[in-house]
Design a protein around this ligand. Structure first.
Ligand code: SAM
Length: 283
């Protein structure tokens, strides 16, 4: 690695990673790009204002991009890029586009032919995965689970069969429900890591099984920010039963799917041969 190979900060969209809790994790390249940017796009002006002040950056203009304004923000960013500006996009914490605004803006800038790059840095899911002790050869990141309904159930079912290390984000008040759902649909003895308040004063990494996690959560009310890391399932010896297949088919049919679509979906989600699912569905 060489420090003389400093990339020029050229006009375009720069996705800038910011700390997930510890200001010392702000890289010097992130600071340099934010200092050079004429336009900074952020989720919250008050929150990002503090960071910009701390590093001495004084952009000419701030654009707000959150879940309500990302559409408008996208056209403002494209306009700034068309004017030849350096636009830096930051979020409240971590890497933009990772369960955060940024994806839509990056895609629009790429489609319009502008230069798009990033200054990499903290991302809670990467840190949680590497300190989990589970395999990092193959990792799946699922962000936040859907809150309810068939989509949540489908994702949970997929997770119960996931062979890769699986990382999830979860709000503290929903942690217990998610762990309970994982136990209900999968193996209570599956190993899990709850990585809390990473890089902050009260950082904590709890390790155990899903069953023990339930107890841990009921003894210690979850507070702060959490990443859930699940060990990949190694032996799917617990073959899917006919009853389980029938329940999954019924669930989808009562949700409005045709017999054929329900069969296709259950076969793909459970990883069971379509013929077996079809035979059960038409019995
Ligand atoms: N873009 C961010 C990243 O790169 O990790 C994630 C933003 S997402 C809106 C926020 C979620 O990330 C939190 O609800 C939590 O699950 C996780 N998270 C962020 N910072 C964290 C931290 N310091 N410790 C544990 N989890 C964290």
């Amino acid at each position: 690695m060489s420090t003389d190979n400093i990339q020029t900060i050229i006009p375009g969209l720069w996705l800038i990673a910011t700390p997930i809790g510890n200001l010392q994790d702000m890289t010097s390249r992130s600071i340099a790009v934010l200092g050079a940017a004429q336009v900074v796009c952020c989720e919250d002006t008050r929150h990002s204002g503090k960071l910009l002040k701390h590093i001495g950056a004084q952009p000419q203009r701030l654009i707000v991009a959150n879940e309500h304004t990302e559409h408008d923000a996208t056209s403002q960013v494209l306009e700034a890029l068309a004017n030849g500006h350096i636009v830096a996009l930051i979020t409240d914490a971590g890497t933009p586009g990772i369960s955060d605004p940024g994806e839509r803006i990056a895609r629009a800038a790429i489609a319009a032919g502008f230069f798009v790059s990033a200054t990499p840095g903290p991302a809670a899911f990467v840190m949680a995965a590497i300190i989990s002790g589970f395999s990092t050869t193959r990792i799946a990141f699922d962000g936040f689970l859907p809150r309810a309904g068939a989509e949540r159930r489908q994702r949970l079912t997929e997770i119960t069969r996931e062979r890769r290390t699986l990382v999830l984000y979860e709000a503290p008040h929903r942690l217990s429900k998610t762990i309970a759902d994982l136990i209900a649909l999968g193996d209570p003895e599956r190993r899990v890591v709850l990585a809390r308040e990473l890089t902050k004063l009260h950082e904590e990494t709890w390790r155990g099984t899903l069953r023990q996690a339930m107890q841990h959560i009921s003894d210690n009310e979850p507070r702060g920010e959490y990443v859930i890391v699940l060990e990949g399932v190694s032996n799917i010896a617990d073959e899917i039963s006919d009853d389980q297949i029938l329940t999954e088919i019924q669930l989808r049919k009562s949700g409005g799917l045709s017999n054929r679509d329900a069969v296709d979906e259950v076969s793909s989600v459970l990883g069971v041969a379509r013929k077996r699912v079809y035979d059960l569905a038409t019995k």
